[in-house]
Design a protein around this ligand. Structure first.
Ligand code: ATP
Length: 585
């Protein structure tokens, strides 16, 4: 397939903000597409969602590639860049000039673009920087000006056509089941008609579940192309490839929790750490965080423990890793181990200093067989057979069977006394639903609500804080996967110095991701996730979410969270509705 077709789609997407129009456009495009790579590229990605690799090409290298392909001088290129504020447009303009003078340029294919971008990610070591530049330049040389614009933006991870996972899912449904569901799209009014909602919802669930299990739209797309709906019925989770974790709902009280999950129920300690998905296949152990980031290298101690304490060759397990103080044998707060997640150096030293206990609570693949549909009780039984528990190292989560509120209540108190966050109550017969916040399990904990938000911008400080970013714009995700702002936070950071967090530190983290600077205000790529508490949520026209947090305060950095894990606008609305009276307490 020609890359030009994809470039056309990008262009049309760029010119509309209407989700239905985008869905229709992508659905039409997918119907004609013969390369699964398009569904990855159309979102501005190079890899499927589960694959965290990055191209590692900053502006400077892309500038070199454009110069090489266009023959433009550094001054000219720099000037154009300044004028347009966009390297994609800069490449487009320069290639326009070039293509006027050259008669022939070969037609670029989606495959060629995809292959070159993949090669870039694999390059390492000496000479790799030059080679990366060459690979991009090679694409630009055979690109039409409009193609050059989108290649550059894709390489920089700044395509910004606003295609969230929800839109891609819907586009797949429209493309493959549009006829059966009787979907019609009115091009003029840009309206859609769905005659039978139920049929539509069934397909929607099917596609969403396949995506949640594979985290790979290209795989879902391939299955649909090969076998239609049948292809999606047996999607399996495979060791080695991370799966979106199942999430739980919150219950205000134990009674409410038991009502949701039914009795008898499993009650487990809720450890205050971070979620870790443990994979083993072909003798290789891989560890993923909840945001599906591969952290195997950061946790050599856990890898050793898995080898020692699990008697199985192929599996995917779900666990919570908590920090422990080996001397007092007590749990440590999450902050103490959170720094281990991102650490790239002195890893063994840090592992010694901040040891962890792994608490395994679920298994979703055993011996290569998917257990997504196996009842929880049976999954736990498998775990009991293969995990050799050792406290303060690697063990099964503490669990009892509760039949009454009184039993659960006593267990809750015991859990809190042992330094845990609360308890989990789980339905014994439930399946495992990747990526869903379902009522198969609930958490009960006493702490107040916090929000996980992403930093979208900041303001340079004043006076002695002049060299630091001091006030941070924060946002949540709306239903179209866009980030909408909800307030500014500057409070709580000074108190975190002991945990190694400071304005200086945050400034350093955000500096490489600044995309715009106006006076003292900067905008940053939304990447850094923090947890904040607040006094109240108010309706407010000041921020794009329509809400504002009153007195937000930073609670902690969330290194284990990515932009897909942050709270949604729907969460904020729900919290706002449920908080009556909270502000005046
Ligand atoms: P929170 O911030 O309250 O941990 P969350 O959004 O990370 O919530 P939820 O699914 O809402 O995730 O709450 C359950 C979380 O508690 C799990 O994601 C997991 O990280 C953690 N956890 C600790 N102990 C257990 C356990 N025994 N079973 C399941 N989850 C546990």
């Amino acid at each position: 397939m020609k890359y030009e077709k994809l470039a056309d789609v990008y262009q049309t997407l760029e010119n509309t903000t209407k989700r239905l129009e985008k869905t229709h456009l992508v659905a039409q495009f997918l119907k004609t597409a013969d390369d699964p790579a398009v569904i990855i590229l159309v979102q501005g990605r190079v890899f499927p969602n589960w694959d965290q690799r990055e191209l590692g090409m900053a502006n400077k290298l892309v500038v070199k590639a454009i110069a090489l392909a266009s023959g433009a001088s550094t001054e000219k290129l720099g000037g154009l860049w300044k004028e347009t504020g966009d390297l994609g447009k800069t490449a487009e303009k320069l290639m326009q000039k070039k293509s006027q003078s050259s008669l022939f340029s070969s037609a670029l294919t989606v495959k060629k673009v995809f292959d070159n971008l993949h090669k870039i990610a694999e390059l390492e070591g000496s000479g790799s920087v030059e080679r990366k530049v060459q690979l991009v330049a090679e694409l630009l040389t055979s690109a039409k000006p409009i193609e050059a614009k989108y290649i550059v933006r894709t390489v920089l991870g700044e395509l910004r056509v606003g295609l969230g996972d929800g839109t891609i899912r819907d586009a797949l449904i429209w493309a493959f089941f549009g006829k059966e569901a009787g979907i019609t799209y009115d091009e003029k009014e840009k309206e859609v008609t769905i005659p039978d909602r139920e049929v539509y919802e069934n397909y929607s669930t099917l596609v969403q579940e396949a995506f949640d299990a594979t985290n790979d739209f290209a795989e879902v797309f391939e299955l649909l192309r090969e076998k239609g709906a049948k292809g999606l019925e047996h999607v399996e989770v495979k060791p080695g490839k991370p799966v979106k974790v199942m999430l739980f709902q919150k219950a205000k009280t134990i009674a409410e929790g038991l009502e949701t999950v039914g009795t008898p129920a499993a009650a487990e300690y809720k450890y205050d750490g971070f979620r870790l998905q443990i994979h083993k296949t072909n003798g290789k152990i891989t560890l993923f965080t909840r945001r599906l980031e591969n952290v195997t290298e950061q946790f050599p101690d856990v890898v050793e423990m898995v080898k020692k304490h699990v008697g199985a060759g192929r599996f995917i397990m779900d666990s919570e890793v908590a920090g422990i103080d080996k001397k007092t044998k007590k749990y440590l707060a999450f902050q103490s181990i959170s720094q281990r997640i991102k650490r790239k150096y002195d890893i063994h030293e840090l592992a010694e200093k901040f040891p962890v206990e792994v608490n395994v609570f679920d298994i979703i693949n055993y011996d290569g067989k998917s257990l997504l549909k196996t009842p929880f009780e049976e999954r736990r039984e498998i775990l009991e057979n293969i995990v050799d528990s050792l406290p303060l190292a690697f063990k099964l989560s503490e669990k009892i069977l509760v039949k009454s509120e009184a039993e659960a209540d006593a267990f809750y108190k015991k859990s809190l006394l042992s330094g845990n966050e609360g308890i989990m109550l789980k339905n014994l017969h439930s399946v495992y639903k990747p990526g869903s916040r379902v009522g198969f399990g609930v958490k009960v904990k006493p702490t107040m609500d916090t929000l996980e938000v992403v930093i979208t911008g900041a303001e340079w400080g004043e006076g002695k804080r002049g060299k630091w970013l001091a006030s941070f714009m924060i946002g949540v995700r709306n239903e179209d996967d866009e980030i909408v702002e909800i307030g500014r936070v500057g409070t709580g950071i000074k108190e975190k110095e002991e945990e190694g967090l400071s304005f200086g530190q945050l400034t350093k983290l955000l500096l490489p991701d600044i995309t715009e600077e106006k006076g003292r205000e900067v905008k940053v790529k939304p990447k850094i996730v923090i947890e904040v508490n607040y006094e109240e949520i108010q309706k407010s026209p000041t921020y794009s979410s329509g809400y504002a947090l009153r007195f937000p305060r930073l609670v902690r950095m969330r290194e284990d969270r990515g932009i897909n894990d942050i709270n949604t606008l729907a969460d904020v609305q729900e919290l706002a509705e449920g908080q009556r009276g909270r502000g005046s307490q």
